[in-house]
Design a protein around this ligand. Structure first.
Ligand code: FAD
Length: 282
C-alpha cells in the first residue's frame, strides 16, 4: 500500500481521482479500525494532515463560522468561537466517544463516514450547516440536509473531499441543546436529539429539531417544527412534535437498541433537549 502526504487539496483530489481504491485518511479513528478488520483494503492512503487550509475554526465578520475538515473533535469541543445556535456543534463534539477518540477524530472524517449513530450529523442538520467540498469538478456547497443520503453514504463524488463545514450566523437570542442516550458512557448514540431554537415573548419564535440514530440519515420534519413554533413549548406541543418525528423515523434494530426502544426514547429526549435549550437562555 502506498502512503501519500500531499500539501494541497488539488494534489490530494488528483491522487484520489487517479485510483478508485485510494482512500483519504483524516484522524484514522474509523478508517484504520476498518482496515484492521479487513472491511476495506485501500491500495493507497492519501493523508490530509499536511493540508493546512482545511484545519482550524474561524469566524467571518457577519458571524458565519467555518470549521475545517481536519479540525479535531477536541478542538470543536473546546472552541469559544461558536455563538448561540451554533453551539449545538460544540455540544455534540463534547459527547463523541472518549478523549482519545476526540483527539484523533476529525469533523471531515466523521461526516464523510456518515454513521447514522454519529453525533455531528444531527447537530449539523439542526444548525442548518453547509458542507464545503472540493473535487475534480471544482468546489461545491452542499446543505447538511442533502449531504447525508443513506446508511454510511453521502453525496460526495469520487475523488471529492470535505473541506469545511459552515455554520450560519446565529439569530439573536438563539440557544441549543444536544441530548444523547447511549448504553454506556463513550458509546455511539442509541438515540440523540439536537434542538436549535429561539423564544419570543413566551412563545417559540424559531426551532429546528433533528434526531440522530433514528434512521439511515438524520431525521427532520417541517411538521414537527411547525407543531412547536408559536407555542409555549408545553407538554402537548412537545408530544405532538414527538409523534410526528416518530412517524418520520426509520430506526434500525441493532446492538444499541431495538427500533421500538429507540422510538420510546423520542418524547423524553425531545422534552429534555427543549428544556435544556431554554435553560441556556434564562
Ligand atoms: C471507539 C470509538 C468510539 C467512537 N464513538 C463515537 C461517538 O460516540 N460518536 C461519534 O460521532 N463518533 C464516534 N466515533 C467515530 C469517531 O468520531 C471518528 O472520528 C470518525 O468516525 C472518523 O473520523 P476520522 O477523522 O478518524 O476519519 P478517518 O477514520 O480517517 O476516515 C473515516 C472515513 O472518512 C473518509 N474521509 C476522512 N476525511 C475525509 C474528508 N475530508 N473528505 C472525504 N472523506 C474523508 C475516509 O476515507 C474514511 O472513509 C468513535 C470511534 C471509535 C473508534
Amino acid at each position: 500500500m502506498i502512503f501519500y502526504e500531499p500539501a494541497t487539496l488539488e494534489e490530494a483530489t488528483g491522487l484520489l481521482a487517479a485510483d478508485e481504491d485510494a482512500r483519504p485518511l483524516a484522524g484514522g479513528a474509523t478508517l484504520v479500525a476498518m482496515m484492521n478488520a479487513e472491511l476495506v483494503e485501500p491500495t493507497a492512503l492519501v493523508s490530509l494532515r499536511r493540508i493546512a487550509s482545511i484545519n482550524g475554526i474561524s469566524v467571518a465578520s457577519d458571524g458565519t463560522v467555518t470549521i475545517g475538515a481536519m479540525t479535531t473533535h477536541h478542538a470543536v469541543a473546546n472552541t469559544e468561537l461558536l455563538d448561540g445556535g451554533q453551539e449545538i456543534v460544540r455540544h455534540a463534539a463534547r459527547v463523541i466517544g472518549h478523549p482519545a477518540i476526540r483527539n484523533m477524530g476529525t469533523m471531515g472524517g466523521s461526516i464523510s463516514h456518515a454513521d447514522p449513530a454519529a453525533d455531528y450529523p444531527a447537530a449539523l442538520v439542526a444548525a442548518n450547516a453547509t458542507i464545503e467540498t472540493f473535487g475534480p469538478g471544482g468546489t461545491r456547497d452542499i446543505r447538511a440536509d442533502d449531504f447525508f443520503v443513506d446508511f454510511l453514504e453521502t453525496s460526495l463524488e469520487r475523488g471529492e473531499l470535505v473541506c469545511a463545514v459552515r455554520l450560519p450566523p446565529s439569530s439573536h437570542g438563539a440557544t441549543s441543546a444536544y441530548e444523547k442516550f447511549a448504553r454506556v458512557d463513550g458509546d455511539f448514540a442509541t438515540l440523540s436529539v439536537a434542538v436549535v431554537m429561539g423564544m419570543g415573548t413566551n412563545v417559540c419564535s424559531y426551532i429546528r429539531v433533528t434526531l440522530g440514530s433514528a434512521g439511515p440519515t438524520p431525521v427532520r420534519a417541517d411538521a414537527a417544527d411547525a407543531a412547536l413554533f408559536g407555542t409555549k413549548l408545553d407538554d402537548d406541543a412537545v408530544s405532538a412534535a414527538a409523534a410526528i418525528l416518530i412517524e418520520a423515523s426509520d430506526p434500525l434494530d441493532d446492538v444499541r437498541g431495538s427500533a421500538e426502544y429507540r422510538m420510546m426514547l423520542v418524547p423524553e429526549l425531545l422534552r429534555r433537549a427543549i428544556s435544556g435549550a431554554r435553560e441556556v437562555r434564562s
